[in-house]
Write a protein that binds this ligand. Structure first.
Ligand code: GAL
Length: 669
């Protein structure tokens, strides 16, 4: 067998190595590798990018391994909007960042309102762009006053971090759904207290045990506290665990196996078991301890995955010495190997928790970017495969958005999708960044286009000159209900075609969506409205009627559209009093909106379709015209039909409007 496709297995599991030359990556770029509601993200941490901090790290830096100081880092604190553009350009739907506690509470009990406002504003700006924030509450850094109290070395200090966490939850949870409690507790404990490479730079097994235990206590308390607060029930709160795999260098050598097993137990298993059982046995401790509230204290598990390490009893404890690798493996700039196969093993490890998995970090130190594109492809391929095999993986955050201060390594290790010139602060998109952006683009939910200009002429005097989509039903405009649904389906970009009374939409907003409006100077009908907005249409979009509420699942609709490569996929219900079309073999045969329909008509257009912009460009024309009466008949046989029996609600007449009102009042109860 070719050594590159070998799998070595024994009671420690399998160390698989693939022959990546044979892997077909085409699904990554044609949008077939991930579900459409998958979260596409990039990740950062406050101290690594903000600059100008004063915390346990800034104090430690002069004595750190690299001796480099974080200084102004990426100067992100002063370049918020510009950096948001960078995120936006990657086509991601989610952004993970951390809150710098030392800025927010620079002295015990003293809150820096300006800093809090900065983060709150960051959240608002993200949401305006349709990017969902994911907030990390602890990512390695501590305020100096808390460090001086002994940080996680003392159980009684936890209360201060919980106070900070609840304060920030109170400020942001009305807009932030995703929360990470602690980033990589095992890394914090082992780097700070075993290897001494992170502050406080100690080497003490006793302290490692105590700190580990207190990290778990802090996580559990944080989870319980936030969950009990307002918005807690709806928030998704989880621990972020770095899974570092340990494989015996020589599998036949019992000492290597013993060492790998020992390290795996201390670095990975004990933490996962703790979350699962509520009893935690800190690394090198002899017995486990019940931690209050720890069992089931995560709504999701964040997985940070970078590599595997080959274990012998004489492993280097200093990172200067190159770690062992397999002969066919390639070293990253960090000197450890690229080993994408291990991500699958990380999924297997955390899957026993039976909660959704999110890759909260994965990336590579690779300054010249000759490895990162392949690194991205391999790790996404493994993730996609695992999803197909049934793992509940919801998202993937690339580490990192841009080159930044890599802790003990200083600025030498470059993890960014953007290269940063630290002299000029210029950011440049790397080839790998382009790749990641195109993979995200191929998979994310299409833009949503809503035909919202039709007037409520038949609904009485009050609405005669009012777009129907703005009529309130169930306490808010029907358009808001539609947008709630759209957002819940994972869409984040919406274009509202407001018709010729567009000014009535002035001031209309919806948190969490990148919302744009296109107005018409005269009444153009549905087709004319789309033609008029052609410059704002993306290549593929979901088309909705602004006066219909059609709560269907978009994932199968969009996936079937993409897999059939048809220019238009229309949702059809066969459960309707009247019929307006004929379907055969999944294609539209005939369509007629008006009058009596032939007996062989067997379906009704339910209102949600996926459209390729090319149709608008090919069939569009100036003036007023009807989309459905023009496009459906002329494209009939090419139109793909997606059958879905979900009831749709329109408000064409006062009676139907009343029914919709009853429906919303019913569902609200
Ligand atoms: C993780 C850490 C990040 C980043 C990354 C790259 O352990 O959470 O902050 O430094 O490693 O090494």
């Amino acid at each position: 067998m070719d050594s590159r496709t070998m799998t070595v297995s024994d009671r420690m599991g399998v160390e698989e190595h693939r022959n990546w030359d044979d892997v077909d990556y085409s699904a990554l770029l044609n949008g077939q590798a991930f579900p459409t509601n998958f979260m596409w993200g990039v990740a950062t941490a406050s101290h690594q990018i903000e600059g100008g901090n004063s915390n346990n790290w800034t104090r430690f830096e002069p004595t750190s391994k690299s001796g480099q100081e974080s200084g102004i880092a990426c100067d992100h604190w002063n370049r918020k909007e510009q950096d948001l553009d960078l995120i936006d350009d990657l086509n991601v739907t989610h952004y993970r960042f951390s809150l710098e506690w030392s800025r927010i509470e620079p002295e015990m009990g003293v809150w820096n309102e300006e800093a809090i406002a900065w983060y709150s504003d960051l959240v608002d700006r993200l949401l305006k762009r349709g990017i969902q924030p994911m907030v990390t509450l602890h990512h390695f850094t501590n305020p100096l006053w808390w460090e001086d109290l002994g940080a996680f070395e003392k159980e009684e200090n936890i209360i201060y971090w919980i106070r900070f966490s609840s304060k920030m939850f109170e400020c942001l949870s009305d807009r932030v759904t995703w929360w990470c409690t602690i980033n990589e507790p095992a890394v914090y404990a082992s780097m700070g207290y075993v290897l001494g490479e992170f502050p406080p730079g100690q080497r003490s097994f006793k302290k490692t045990r105590i700190v580990s235990l207190n990290l778990m206590r802090a996580h559990a308390r944080c989870y319980r506290t936030l969950k009990s607060m307002e918005n807690g029930a709806d928030a998704q709160i989880g621990l972020v665990k770095n899974i570092n795999l340990f494989d015996p260098y020589r599998r036949w050598n019992p000492l290597h196996r013993f060492q790998a097993n020992l390290l795996d137990g201390m670095f990975n298993r004990c933490w996962i078991k703790g979350l699962k059982t509520g009893r935690f046995k800190p690394p090198s401790a002899l017995r486990s301890i019940a931690v209050e509230g720890l069992k089931d204290s995560s709504d999701f598990i964040g997985v940070n995955y970078y590599t595997h390490l080959l274990a012998t009893p004489f492993m280097p404890t200093k990172v200067e010495i190159d770690p062992l690798i397999r002969p066919w493996e390639e070293r990253t700039d960090f000197r450890y190997p690229m080993y994408a196969e291990g991500l699958r093993r990380a999924f297997e490890m955390v899957a026993q928790l039976n909660i959704p998995i999110i890759v909260t970090e994965n990336g590579v130190a690779d300054d010249d970017d000759d490895m990162r594109p392949e690194h991205i492809r391999r790790h996404l391929h493994i993730t996609s495969e695992a999803i197909t095999d049934g793992f509940d993986i919801r998202g993937f955050y690339h580490w990192s958005l841009m080159d930044n201060f890599e802790w003990a390594e200083g600025y030498e290790q470059c993890f960014g999708l953007y290269h940063v010139d630290f002299e000029t602060q210029e950011r440049t998109l790397r080839t790998s960044g382009e790749l990641y952006a195109s993979i995200a683009k191929a998979h994310r939910m299409p833009q949503v286009v809503i035909l919202a200009g039709g007037l409520g002429t038949r609904l009485g005097e009050k609405t005669e000159h009012m777009p129907k989509s703005l009529i309130e039903v169930g306490g808010k405009p029907i358009l808001t209900h539609i947008l709630d649904w759209v957002q819940g389906q994972g869409c984040n970009r919406v274009l509202v075609l407001t018709g010729h009374h567009g000014e009535q939409f002035d001031g209309f907003t919806h948190t969490g969506l990148d919302l744009a409006f296109v107005q018409e100077t005269e009444q153009l009908g549905t087709g004319g409205a789309l033609w008029n907005a052609r410059d704002h249409l993306e290549d593929e979009f979901i088309l909705l009627w602004g006066d219909d509420y059609h709560p269907i699942d978009y994932v199968p609709l969009v996936q079937s559209h993409r897999s059939k490569s048809s220019p238009l996929t229309m949702t059809v219900t066969t459960e309707h009093e009247v019929m307006n079309l004929q379907v055969e073999d999944g294609r539209l045969l005939k369509y007629s909106k008006e009058g009596d329909v032939p007996d062989d008509f067997n379906g009704y257009e339910a209102g949600t379709s996926v459209v390729n912009k090319s149709i608008v460009l090919e069939h569009g024309k100036d003036g007023a015209w009807s989309w459905e009466n023009t496009i459906y008949p002329s494209l009939a046989k090419q139109i793909h039909v997606h059958l879905d029996a979900t009831k749709f609600w329109d408000m064409g007449t006062p009676e139907r409007l009343q029914k919709l009102e009853d429906f919303f009042n019913e569902t609200r109860r």
